[in-house]
Design a protein around this ligand. Sequence first.
Ligand code: F6P
Length: 552
Amino acid sequence: MSVTNAQGQNRLDQRPEWHALGKHRDESAGAHLRELFDADPGRADRYTLRVGDLHLDYSKHLVTDETLRLLRELAVATGVFELRDAMFRGERINITEDRAVLHTALRAPQSATIQLDGYNVVPAVHAVLTKMGVFADRVRSGEWTGHTGKRIRNVVNIGIGGSDLGPAMAYEALRAYTDRGLTVRFVSNVDGADLHEAVRDLDAAETLFIIASKTFTTIETITNATSARQWLLGQLGAGDDAVAKHFVALSTNGEKVADFGIDPTNMFEFWDWVGGRYSFDSAIGLSLMLAIGPDAFRDMLAGFHLVDEHFRTAPPEQNAPLLLGLLGVWYGDFHDAQSHAVLPYSHYLSRFTAYLQQLDMESNGKSVDREGNPVSWQTGPVVWGTPGTNGQHAYYQLLHQGTKLIPADFIGFARPLPELGPLAGQHDLLMANFFAQTQALAFGKTPEEVRAEGVPEELVPHKTFRGNHPTTTILATELTPSVLGQLIALYEHKVFVQGAIWNIDSFDQWGVELGKVLAKRVEPALTEGAEVPGLDPSTRALVSTYRALRGR
Ligand code: F6P
């Protein structure tokens, strides 16, 4: 909610709750997790939450009951709960675009009522889900055939950002649940190599293209979609009438879809109240639904909804997204942490952090508040990470012994997926690493412990681990569609909480516009050598070098 008045009073960093946290940080500086655990035997139990299938341990954080109390007071003072309720009610909390933010409606049960401008959006959501389900069943059963009558065996999703990262991530995450007879690929980059590699070994007669774009104006997507259409018609030696059986669209923009030549009956709709990075459980998830089937897709939506309800109703002390959001504020604003690592111990979650990068950084990468005043506090962190065990042999050195404070989330599963067969035997080793790393990060190794191992004195500093690196551990039984939905909703709402506290609009993304505009202006300079007014000297010289190297 708006907390800044015309005089700039009540700005975040002028609030008493903010100052209280700063004072508390100064007073508690130097406390080590070793001491916090020693002083409080019940800490691990008390600092554990259970949300749906997620077991969340936050005991290895640099916090005490007092820290958490002060952070919750900040949340109350900054109106997090009012803004949350306004979001769920369908109010236009995306102020710079004057839009409601209703991705939670995408996973609401059919019986729910969510009013927007006087109409209930839930029936429309379920109508599209049903249409997607019917289509997915037809393709999966072989009833829907291509132009030549061949069964569809390949699906290529063309989209970028929110129209790519979600389905691409979830397809990897849920591979074990997919129809293995269907090849599913994702093309996002305007570099022709992406489309080339995606289609070079495919039979066009068996290939369905899904053009995913909320606006249907995104240059990368429209360029790739146009090239895909040329490739398909060229391969089939067919005319435009072949498009209908090989192209479907996922969009809010029926007019542009029709202009492109896709039959509007082959369009799966969503709405402007769904942000691109929050859209993967809308029609944008069609490629995933084709892969895992409508029932598993609905299981995933139920997982999202479970965490939505938790976020909406759980008391602050037990509210997991609130807690994760507050911890991020604690480190970013009071400990100068610049980044946040998300480290899944699951090969299937290899794209998870890349997905979260857009979710978090496009939402909270802002430097003016909701009223347009520059902020004087830190906002969204750099989010990064890859599957944990690989990271251990790459960048964990810096996590353990570097100079930076990098809070990290460790995500793991108790059970390997059944389809791993004998390879499931490796799971305990994977998870032994998972538990060992958070232990080492938190508690480190003291010089005394190092000396006790007989290490020569000159090596003691090198082999000492300071510890005190904060981590959250998220453990679930198994990576199911529902658990994936739960995890994503957890992060969506965490990002929401932080945006609310920082008083920024988490739902616009004006920062990506300038580059798009400039690219349009620069392109003629590359292709035709056209004079681009206002080109800076560095870029002008680079453009002329580029043209020379291209032989133009
Ligand atoms: O990067 C800007 C952005 O607008 C994202 O927010 C969005 O997910 C992406 O481009 C793709 O947009 P569209 O789905 O309209 O093609």
